[in-house]
Design a binder for this molecule. Structure first.
Ligand SMILES: Cc1cc2nc3c(=O)[nH]c(=O)nc-3n(C[C@H](O)[C@H](O)[C@H](O)COP(=O)(O)OP(=O)(O)OC[C@H]3O[C@@H](n4cnc5c(N)ncnc54)[C@H](O)[C@@H]3O)c2cc1C
Length: 405
């Protein structure tokens, strides 16, 4: 089988890229190892453990590819405020949407819901979808690629996009170099019911062990649900995972200083090893890496998929304008335009997260002083805060057309 463009990985990022290119006239093939089926949804069902805090820029991109109405129809929770505080000091900072005349800072959405809304659009489009198709081998052939799937079938294309996630097989098979390191931390994720309302606020406490986030969820049972991302050293994660439900709720309540009262219930927990990765280059002739295949970042800022959506939107814009000019979209000259626009922003976000991570894990007194006085200083500076908020909204950068108002 031959296609003008093969996207490997129909996760949130690969699916968005395919939809952004659906009217390009290109013969596109989107392939994934999973069934690519849309799960039935009812509002009574429990929460998926994996959620994302989507920025305004991501919301706009999802609106442009027509997935946002379906997301709203299912379930999302806006968050209007963010409280961040230092668990071992006095530093705190409060961001609010109203201070920049916005309605929200973003939305918390279960990943499965975003994925299904995108899949619905894909199934209605002309884009070629290959489900249950895992890429196993890859090699250059003539001017393009020969992609071999697990079942032995072969696909050919001059342009391959790797959107196959953090452990990208395409990145590995194509021999793309990465810088990576282990945070030696695990993120424990689950949904919990709290005694007090979440007030549509994202709560984040930095402790010596790592950050703990409680993100607001909305259920039609009227109860106070939050999604948690609790980053701790690997051995502590093991201990927390071994607790029974009651002890887990007590430990979590203490770790978040009972901000939302007692933790009354916790869904099953999952522990995810955290690793930072960054591909040294996002492109080479006939190949581009996007989303987690290009970069994985600490979840403390909730930015991973937001960066991935911007990758997809910028790459779509670059390819569409090259097509208009009659250029070869598989050429390194064209693909480098994508890399030039996205790499500095992704690197800056990763460096900022690294800085936060080190600052908040530091025991040294000057660093403790710096983070407490720094947080409080920013909290008292409305202009600096507005700048931070624009970053959180995903609006502080050179935006692709798909993410513009
Ligand atoms: C604990 C935690 C919390 C997070 N919270 C946030 C948040 O609040 N906000 C945020 O923006 N980000 C967050 N992230 C990051 C976010 O989840 C990721 O950035 C995002 O899921 C990456 O999407 P993707 O489409 O690039 O990759 P994936 O979602 O990993 O999709 C990859 C796809 O490729 C397919 N695939 C893989 N290998 C193959 C193969 N060989 N052949 C064919 N198909 C293949 C898979 O089946 C999958 O469908 C968080 C991450 C973690 C770990």
């Amino acid at each position: 089988m031959h296609a003008d463009l093969i996207i490997v990985g129909a996760g949130m990022v690969g699916s968005t890229l395919a939809l952004a290119l659906k009217d390009s006239g290109l013969n596109i093939l989107l392939i994934d190892g999973s069934p690519l089926s849309v799960a039935p949804f009812n509002r009574e069902q429990g929460f998926e453990p994996r959620v994302s805090a989507l920025s305004i820029a991501s919301q706009r991109i999802l609106e442009r590819v027509n997935a946002w109405p379906s997301i709203l129809k299912r379930r999302t929770s806006p968050y209007r405020d963010m409280h961040v505080w230092d668990g071992s000091g006095t530093g705190k900072i409060h961001f609010s949407a109203s201070s920049v005349h916005a309605d929200t800072l973003g939305h918390i959405v279960e990943n499965r819901i975003v994925q299904d809304a995108l899949l619905e659009q894909l199934h209605e489009s002309e884009i070629g979808l290959l489900a249950h198709s895992k890429v196993e081998q890859l090699r250059r052939s003539g001017d393009g690629w020969l992609v071999q799937l697990e079942d032995g079938s072969e696909l050919r294309s001059p342009l391959l996009i790797a959107a196959d996630g953090a452990n990208s097989a395409v990145r590995r098979l194509a021999g793309c170099a990465t810088r990576e390191w282990d945070y030696l931390h695990h993120a424990i994720v689950t949904s919990v019911r709290c005694e007090k309302p979440h007030q549509y606020t994202a709560w984040q406490r930095f402790t010596d062990e790592g950050p703990l986030a409680l993100l607001p969820l909305q259920h039609n049972d009227g109860k106070n649900w939050c999604s948690i991302v609790w980053s701790v050293p690997a051995e502590q994660a093991e201990q927390i995972m071994a607790l029974d439900d009651n002890d887990f709720c007590t430990a979590l309540g203490q770790a978040c200083e009972q901000r939302l009262g007692n933790i009354e219930h916790a869904d099953p927990r999952y522990s995810i090893a955290l690793r930072q990765r960054h591909a040294k280059r996002y492109v080479e002739p006939g190949l581009a890496l996007i989303g987690d295949a290009a970069h994985t970042i600490h979840p403390l800022a909730g930015q991973g998929v937001n960066l991935g959506f911007l990758d997809a939107a910028v790459l779509a814009e670059v390819l569409l304008s090259a097509l208009k000019r009659g250029e070869n979209i598989a050429s390194e000259r064209v693909l480098s335009r994508f890399e030039r626009r996205r790499m500095p922003h992704n690197l800056a976000m990763m460096a900022a997260m690294e800085g936060f991570q080190h600052l908040f894990q530091a025991d040294a007194l000057p660093l403790r002083w710096l983070r407490n006085s720094g947080l409080n200083a920013v909290n008292n500076l409305s202009e600096a805060k507005a700048l931070f908020i624009r970053q959180a909204l995903g609006l502080g950068i050179d935006l692709p057309d798909l993410a513009k108002a």
